[in-house]
Design a protein around this ligand. Sequence first.
Ligand code: PEP
Ligand code: MN
Length: 361
Amino acid sequence: MDNKLKLAGIKDWGFKTSSPLIIAGPCSAETEEQVMETVMALAKQNVQMIRAGIWKPRTRPNSFEGVGFIGLQWLKKAGKEAGLPVCVEVANAKHALDALKLGIEALWIGARTTVNPFAVQEIADALQGVDVPVMIKNPVNTDLELWIGAIERINKAGITKIAAIHRGFSSYEKTKYRNKPHWEIPIELKRRIPELPLICDPSHICGSTDYLLSVSQTAIDLNYDGLIIESHINPKKALSDAKQQLTPEELGELLSKIIYRRVSSDDAKFLSRLEDFRDKIDHLDETLVNMLADRMDVSREIGKYKKEKNITIFQPGRWDEIVRNREKQGTEKKLTVEFVRQLFEIIHQESIHHQNKVMNS
Ligand code: PEP
Ligand code: MN
């Protein structure tokens, strides 16, 4: 189903872009002066498109909810002055039509809208036949199908200029990120739709300026096609997302620190050494699969034995001992605690599944 998408690359969006595409601008348009000053300062950095929120979906009421329609005019004017295309978030058909009316060059669909197929369909219907670039943020929850569904809806309206924006996923637990990146999800999206451009939004992943560079670098190392980063002329005074915004100068500094690596090489020596490493990985993976299969054999043996003795499958004390031990062994070998825990959780699940089959057959 995924391969039915008809997509254009970013270089065919009709703007002067280079790779990666750098989009920057304030979380929200607040005043005409703030927009103009921010945009003019960003034009001096390596920025190719301007972003700003005009209608702001806020988690709690009584927060600043955006300036509305007038902001489109400020943004358009500033973009013209700076010679840069501009993009805004649209959350319904009216937003989309207003943005088109003012000649806003690109649109994005926010995380809280991607979760809602009705809202996405309404926007798709409003855009029918207008091939304006639409960037679609991941839904707030870790649901790849919902993200793909939104991309399909927009594509079915005849829009080929689509990109996915990875802005991280919210979780109940507190982590160092505002929205956990879950890199495996955009990687799987790219595996399923290889021709879909992928843009990273480090600002909403981080929620602060602390890890912006490392998240941006990871995205570039994963061959993302662009970055969208929040920048405000005076971040401390920002009416939304103050903690995560950089000044245009700070943004320029961050961009200059990113290391760009080549995607591939035709150097024979490099390729042959890479091949050796990959052989090693293939061999280790095969050993891993065989070891896991052996482990499940033992689980089935245990299952048979427990059945004979009429003992339950799950023994919390034993499981706790395994987790503690493996975490200790893993960290001694420089693996992260989180990885070891998750790995053994799924091994344990599979093990229970095998025992269950033996005991209830
Ligand atoms: C934004 O880009 O300012 C925004 C509201 O982002 P998200 O939809 O990712 O929360
Ligand atoms: Mn924001």
